[in-house]
Design a binder for this molecule. Sequence first.
Ligand code: ADP
Ligand code: MG
Length: 333
Amino acid sequence: MRAITDIQNFDGQRVIVRTDWNVPHDAGTILDTSRVDVTLKTIRWVTSHNGAVIVVSHFGRQGESMKGLSEIVSEILPITFVEDPFSEVGVELIKGLKPGEIILLENIRKWPEEEANDEEFAKKLASLADIYVNEAFSNSHRNHASMVGIPRFLPSYAGLRFLEEVSKLSESFNPEHPFLFILGGAKLETKLPLIDNFLNIADQIFVGGALAKPASLTPLAQNPKIVFPKGDIAALDADSETLTELREMIRTAKFVLWNGPLGNYEKGYNQGTKELARMLAESGAKVIAGGGDTENVIDTMHLEGKFYFISLAGGAMLDFLAKRTLPAIEALQ
Ligand code: ADP
Ligand code: MG
């Protein structure tokens, strides 16, 4: 994979930067801009090295507009919003882009060809620019036109945050030992491939949260590497016995990977998960954490700075950890 920083002078070329600016929002209010913030370095690399940027992103459901977000982003980046890049006005704006300028296209899922991974659509998007950058690791498990289609038609590069997600998450494939994997949350079927992959790598896998009960009914229950909660296996939160057990495991671990809360925290059963976050933050081990809900807990406790790495990639992180690659990584290679 080539990094976008391999290019030192863009010579006025146009660069599509595919981001995941699908930030949490509610009825038009933007709740958190982390997903924008992590892409700024890549965008500024291009604009400060004589290039122009066309930001392409999805945002919520198909009918939702990025116009509101564009106004918020324009407070930190000089950005022009383009509703339709294929209209006369849009084409003119894009052709006239000068080095240092940035435009944001409307929610790319507005065009159904995006999710259908339509080849002609990918070609049309590619024709807007000279270079493509994937700065949307968190969407890289999707076989969509702007993720895997455009790289077939343009010289393609990885963005800085994308590369950081790949390199940091990959450390868990070759970790320091003892390596403890803590897996909580829900929907066991989505997490089984992860357990499969890490049974060969981790020294211990703690399976908690709403996964514990269903996992205890599978052959995993006989595997000596798998550890279940000490107390009530179907509890709505980790109890003190379970937290003591975790504290002991964390004490000796050098490397920890954590995904998934231990309790039904949005209903108030959050004490166990918070205590786990605190124990990990203070552990001195190299800790990588990720998952939408997990990240949310760490953020609300303001413990981000105490972790070695927090993935913002959600479902893409789970897929990458299970398969060690993603469709959009393949497309860049
Ligand atoms: P992440 O987004 O971090 O990957 P998941 O989406 O897998 O995490 O899991 C989060 C969900 O799991 C939350 O809705 C939470 O309420 C639920 N959950 C976790 N532990 C329990 C539990 N012990 N009982 C019931 N629900 C739980
Ligand atoms: Mg979740």
